[in-house]
Design a protein around this ligand. Structure first.
Ligand code: PMP
Length: 349
């Protein structure tokens, strides 16, 4: 006899980084920002009674603030519950072909999960030996393209002309550029939007705006792309953005000075911490993200990961072919990074 179990949609879920419960740990494993949201966000006076009301399904206030911030029109902006939600909606909306979706073999590990969930055929061209994306791999028939720039977990940034070459070769499919980490030193593909109606840029408030806990992400693209995504969203869940997210998100965008200052602090710490890591025998590709992807000349990444964890320092380790001797280390405060350096000095000696 048939069982309901025969009809379950089985998926291998994405594994997010650990969120340890203990206090007094140093958490450098999920690319959070150590500085917290803008003081303007702290000043928001929420009216709890308003929570009885549904939020604005169009997320109008946030869309408007984002459109002013990026100088695009409102119908070019789509917002969602973190960029994960936005990316999932983009996969569902645009990658609806029998041809294969292309993304790198080493990249954000949620991409294959959505592809499996939505039954999108896909292929993962290999990064080269230096972990660079080979753009020529994307010059062939496909059902769409997605890649992060800078890439994760490598932190490697590719130039705008690289992004443009991929767009030039793929006018017939949607190309999604996931700019989760773009604010930490890369140049955004936003200036390419007027030229390419198949470009969708996805961003998040989780990293450079230090609001991972609130879950705000957005996409910017041609109005037709945004309309198609919105139609899918309204066929799935009308009220994705809750009231507090809309209020806090708007305030964050008003405080450019705080945003710039905290991003610059992270970039300075990245430079300093990178030098320290090198003197300890680590190597890593040049990163334009808020993390370094480092390997040690002598001691295995797994050993370092486990020892650091025992000492209350959490970094990210991927037990995955090609990158299982690397650690992805989020850039925290100077003090946190100094503690990691002190631990490493002792552990490696
Ligand atoms: N894209 C990339 C490349 C990421 O590393 C992450 C963080 N896990 C995300 C998207 C999703 O971030 P969020 O949902 O917090 O916006």
């Amino acid at each position: 006899m048939a069982s309901w179990k025969d009809y379950v949609r089985r998926v291998e879920p994405y594994t997010p980084g650990e969120q340890p419960k203990e206090d007094n740990i140093i958490k450098l494993n999920t690319n959070e920002n150590p500085y917290g949201p803008s003081p303007l966000v702290r000043k928001v006076q929420e009216n709890i009674d308003d929570l009885r009301l549904y939020p604005d399904p169009t997320a109008g206030a946030l869309v408007e603030q984002l459109s002013a911030y990026h100088q695009v029109s409102k119908n070019q902006v789509f917002v969602g519950v973190g960029s994960d939600d936005v990316l999932a909606m983009a996969f569902l909306t645009f990658f609806n072909s029998d041809r294969k979706l292309l993304f790198p073999d080493i990249t954000y590990s949620f991409y294959p999960v959505w592809a499996e969930l939505f039954r999108i055929p896909y292929e993962q061209p290999k990064l080269d030996a230096d972990f660079r994306i080979c753009k020529e791999d994307y010059y062939r028939e496909n059902g769409g393209i997605v890649f992060p720039n800078p890439n994760a977990p490598t932190g490697i940034y590719e130039t705008l002309s690289f992004v443009e070459d991929i767009l030039e070769h793929n006018p017939g499919v949607v190309v999604v550029v996931d700019e989760a980490y773009i604010d930490f030193g890369g140049e955004s593909a936003l200036p390419l939007l007027p030229k390419y109606d198949n470009l969708l840029i996805v961003r998040t408030f989780s990293k450079s705006r230090s609001m991972a806990g609130l879950r705000i992400g957005y996409a910017i693209g041609n109005p037709e792309l945004i309309k198609a995504m919105s139609d899918v969203k309204y066929s799935y869940n009308s009220y994705t953005m809750n009231r507090p997210s809309l209020l806090y998100g708007v305030e964050s965008l008003k405080d450019e000075a705080y945003f710039q200052a905290t991003v610059q602090k992270i970039i300075r710490t990245r430079t300093w911490f990178g030098k320290e890591l090198r003197t300890l025998g680590f190597t890593f590709p040049d990163s334009k993200a808020n993390f370094l992807f480092a390997t040690h000349e002598r001691v295995s990444a797994k050993e370092i990961f486990e020892a650091a964890r025992k000492n209350g320092i959490y970094v990210r380790y991927f037990a995955q072919p090609r990158i299982d001797n690397y650690l992805r280390i989020t850039i925290g405060t100077d003090e946190e990074m100094q503690k990691l350096i002190d631990f490493l000095k002792e552990f490696l000696s």
